[in-house]
Write a protein that binds this ligand. Sequence first.
Ligand code: ADP
Ligand code: ZN
Ligand code: ZN
Length: 762
Amino acid sequence: MSQGQFGFADVPEWERAARDAVLLAEVVFNLPLERPYTYAVPDGLRDLLRPGQRVRAPLGRSNRLVTGYCVGVIAGERGQRPLKELESLLDREPLVDPSMLELTRWIGERYLCGWGQVLDSVIPAGVRNKSGTRELQYFQLSEQAIELLSGAGSGLRLSAQQRVILESLQRAGQPQTAAELCALAGTGPAPLAALRRKGLVVPFRVRSELDQESGPVGHTEQDLLMNAQQQRALEAILKPIRESRHETLLLHGVTGSGKTEVYIQAIREVVSYGRQAIVLVPEISLTPQTIRRFRSRFGSVAVLHSHMTDTERHRQWQTIAAGGVHVVVGARSAVFAPVPHPGLIVIDEEHEPSFKQDSTPRYHAREVARRRCEEARVPLVLGSATPTLESWLRANRREDRLVSMPQRVADRPLPPVLIVDVRTDPRVARGSSIGRALHQAITRTLQERGQTILFLNLRGYSPVVWCRTCGTGVKCPACDITLTWHRDRQAVVCHSCGWTTDPPQVCPACQSPAVRYLGAGTQKLDEEVSGLFPQARVLRMDSDSMSKPGSHDEALERFRRGEVDILLGTQMIAKGLDFPNVTLVGVVDADTMLRQPDMRAAERTFQLIAQVAGRTGRGERSGRVLVQTTSPDDPAVRFASKHDYVGFAGHELSERRDTQAPPFSCVARVIFRGLDERRTREAAIAVADRLRAACTGELQSLRVLGAAPAPIVRLRNYWRFHLQICGRTVELVRQLWQAVERSLEMPEDVEFAVDVDPINSR
Ligand code: ADP
Ligand code: ZN
Ligand code: ZN
């Protein structure tokens, strides 16, 4: 379905041009359907309906009324087969603009889900429910006006007064009401009306209470004087900005190389053109420290995170859409921030798996950002010390531009990383988590008044509840997962569904009382460390201890103030922290990542060691890293100990090439789930057979693996089966899926979801 089909027509003009024509609306629903439905537009809605508004329309044989999104208004001819009519219109104004409509259409196609599903996920609930609030009309510069003002003359003739209005609006830096604008420019209303007719200023509606909030641009701190390496990186980003073209730049900079300062100065350029920048960071890095770094440089920064109420989110969305902020900082979904004139998108820590959404639409923010930047003809910057192999391969093939920052700021050395083989460690043999070398290192760090970070990727007290008699793990009754012992709560917990119960007195399988707790999670580590170093102040950070809102930030502040000697926790503490007094980082068990049954286990282990190593040696004091493992010869561990990303990437890519695994191919995973095991399995097998049968002609090179039980075959009482489609390109995979999808007949009680480029293999 091509974009041209759904022109964003000006309704009154249509009316004049074709008085006899029937007006048709293309409507998509929150359903996994690829094509829009066509409805006749009743006369009463002709002048009001525009793409981007919600409508209610009869659907299916029962004609029940369902809310959908109008995605196009087209002229049809009389005499076509009778069509159903739209019932009503829900919004006075479109909720999204044409560029966002096109982006969401693309996401549906790229990730094999419904356009309506994408729209429903992208538009915040608070925005959808805004109907009925009092609105004020503001004016902002159009894209064309910005080009005109930047000297890219478009041959439009302007009167002197019109030009003064445009310049005043640009100087104001945010939308103005008609009255404010005329006062600023010292003109009457006529020139403004003329500019509006020429499409150089466009109205934008915001709720009246925003009035006081968007306020003047606040105090800003001075930029840092950049070193030569940062200067080079900045120049590389400024080039496409100044040439108004898209380019994706992979900023490969070691931890502490000063990437953030490069982003900030690139954003400064973009803001000076009256455009806005979006900075995506992992949710976990949205700390006050990060936000302060941007707020102190740019007055108007909007922050989007997942803990906002609908009302807050709606207000932010409106402010952003009105051009009221220069910079948007947020987690994954901020890639959809409705900035009117995007000038740059930055994705920091682009390797983070949280940039992929784990529910429909299962998009990756990096690919959505790439598409959005291509359409807007602006650059995309991906920053990381440990880029994904997907991004690394693209840069090596010159599809994206590689910019390297191999040195830390002020020539601080990267910390030495010591690999400790714990297979022969006497303390570990006795059941301790802290081996001899790590014990000595912590002791010395405490004596030298440095701070220590200990990383362990398992929460709870004991990650395995085990029966010694029958030799099986005690599993959650709803999931195929062994339970974790949480000593603080005196309960066993399922980490998949949250099911919690008293610790079992006897094994549920064989009734033996020989139930034991094996392994160590962060709670047990906390207990051990506190016992070994009674004089030290220890703080545990994991999702159990940090469940109260704000506790995460508060804990980091205490650590920063030096009120904590040893910070231990899960990946919560592995990312982005910048504390100069951390002189020791210990990875308690590197094997937990390495042993995952996942094609990215090596990549994740390398990233993890490199990232935690990046938490030390960031200040005047030097730091060091100890990694405890039983696989000291594993390539991921060896390369990480040498800080050799390039070596690791080369090694891992050659393995992936040999097996034609991503990024050398595209995979789509189809997950089936249902309460009845047999019907779910049979449905999955039937779809796999249909797909295999369709692998003919142009699609001959595709492979379909499975159907097979998913790695977690039961989750929250649902049985799970999956299959994988593997092809050379995403286009081929899409063609195969679409060849089969339309005629799929699933049992009522079996659902499926498609995951393109899956990174979660559960
Ligand atoms: P990265 O994101 O690459 O890990 P950061 O941007 O956090 O690195 O920078 C690391 C530290 O170096 C920060 O404390 C930052 O303020 C400081 N820094 C960055 N650039 C400079 C510079 N040009 N001069 C002095 N300090 C700098
Ligand atoms: Zn048993
Ligand atoms: Zn469970």
